[in-house]
Design a binder for this molecule. Structure first.
Ligand code: NIG
Ligand code: FE
Length: 410
């Protein structure tokens, strides 16, 4: 099956020599082809180039006159398997309570865990599926999904089985992440090392036994899991074949970045609290610093120093953190806008941060994240727009018109 997308006003994010990620100055490089064609064969990108160089036949033709073709967003950090929204806590926060205060009194993650434990696997699947479809329509083609609203062996396994079903049924590229160490259940307060033991001795072996997780995650931060807890959990995860990918430095300069880099995490995420030592430590590592603009926006947190990181030669990725407590949106178009508006990334840097670099942060940048021959044909056609810079510029507007995943239109 060959599909030709023709008369593309500008084909954005093409790579002739594909890279696994872009860092420092390279992040400003975004190759495009004006007045282009894109040929898809059997779900993969077969060829692209200027329209006047196209010759041949295709089974199906799609006319993209006046429109951009963009690589699908990759959202490398989400928590979309949960039962309830948390707008009441949102109102508490507006009235002055902090995220940490809400967590201390048993709200926050524990509030979600209670409702999620009460929901059946089928119910959770239906809810997550709906969220997945919604973000797909908004241009996402790959997504990482975490467990973490279970916090008991049984519930964590239930969440991970939901993610497995999503992998089996969705056209999106999906990676699963075991986040048993997301919150400390009430009954373990004061002796959280016993909960860490449960994660290590019971949860991880069972999760690995069913092959349910690609990654192992820990919320390593002030008021949550310590650097020592994190190290123990990551070691156990690694022994069971899961690569670390952690929450770090959201509430405090917690040592999270350092422990992540030490265990060769594929990404360290959040990074609202970054000193020079954290930036230094990331240099030369394989770890992708990942910023979550939706969370900082929603919680009014300080902004992660994205420009400083790029100027230090680091790569930067930006993901949605879609979850009910700190970022109740998985709209990657909005993340793209925030990347430019709030973090001062140029449109080129912002597009790389939300496509190729997030693909790297979930271990799939050989397969997706740019328009390159041999990669999965995951892209979207925009509405008629004037330039790719319009994508971050027109925040809040849905610019996606048609979505193609593995070469098929959805
Ligand atoms: O990435 N920071 C930890 N975990 C989530 C929030 C979870 C919640 O509040 O429900 C996050 O922001
Ligand atoms: Fe998160």
């Amino acid at each position: 099956m060959r599909t030709l997308v023709k008369n593309i006003k500008e084909l954005v994010g093409v790579e002739r020599t594909p890279q696994l990620r872009k860092q420092g100055k390279e992040m400003a490089v975004l190759e495009t082809v004006k007045d282009a064609y894109l040929l898809v064969e059997n779900g993969r990108i077969k060829a692209f180039g200027p329209m006047n160089e196209w010759s041949g036949t295709a089974d199906k033709e799609v006319d993209a006159t006046g429109r951009m073709v963009m690589p699908s967003f990759c959202d490398s950090h989400t928590h979309i398997v949960y039962a309830n929204s948390r707008e009441h806590e949102f109102v508490d926060k507006i009235r002055g309570l902090s995220y940490e205060e809400i967590a201390k009194r048993g709200g926050g993650i524990l509030n979600s865990a209670k409702a999620t434990a009460a929901a059946s696997e089928d119910e959770l699947y239906d809810m997550a599926k709906q969220r997945l479809e919604e973000v797909m329509r908004l241009g996402a083609g790959a997504i990482e999904i975490k467990s973490g609203y279970g916090l008991s062996t049984e519930s964590e396994l239930k969440l991970l089985r939901v993610i497995r079903r999503l992998k089996e049924t969705s056209p999106m590229t999906i990676k699963s992440n075991f986040l048993g160490a997301h919150g400390i259940p009430m009954e373990y307060r004061g002796h959280q090392e016993d909960y860490v033991d449960l994660v290590i001795n019971e949860m991880i072996p069972k999760v690995a036994g069913e092959g349910l997780a690609d990654f192992i995650d820990v919320f390593c931060d002030q008021g949550f899991f310590t650097v020592e807890d994190t190290a123990r959990i990551l070691e156990a995860g690694i022994r069971h074949g899961m690569r670390p990918k952690i929450h770090a430095n959201e509430m405090a300069v917690s040592g999270g970045v350092q422990v992540g880099v030490k265990y060769n995490a594929i990404s360290v995420d959040h990074l609202e609290q970054m000193g020079d030592a954290e930036i230094e430590c990331l240099k030369g590592s394989d770890t992708m610093p990942t910023i979550l603009p939706g969370c900082a926006f929603f919680l009014n947190l300080p902004l992660s120093p994205a420009r400083r990181m790029i100027e230090a030669g680091l790569p930067v990725a930006m993901a949605s953190d879609y979850n009910p407590g700190t970022s109740p949106s998985g709209n990657m178009q909005l993340i793209l806008s925030m990347a430019s508006i709030r973090y001062r990334l140029t449109p080129e840097e912002a597009i790389n941060a939300t496509t190729l670099n997030t693909a790297y942060a979930m271990g799939v940048s050989r397969e997706v994240g740019s328009i390159a021959v041999g990669k999965k044909a995951n892209f979207y056609i925009t509405k008629p727009i004037s330039s790719y810079e319009y994508m971050p510029y027109a925040f809040g507007e849905n610019k996606v018109e048609r979505v193609f995943l593995n070469g098929t239109e959805f």
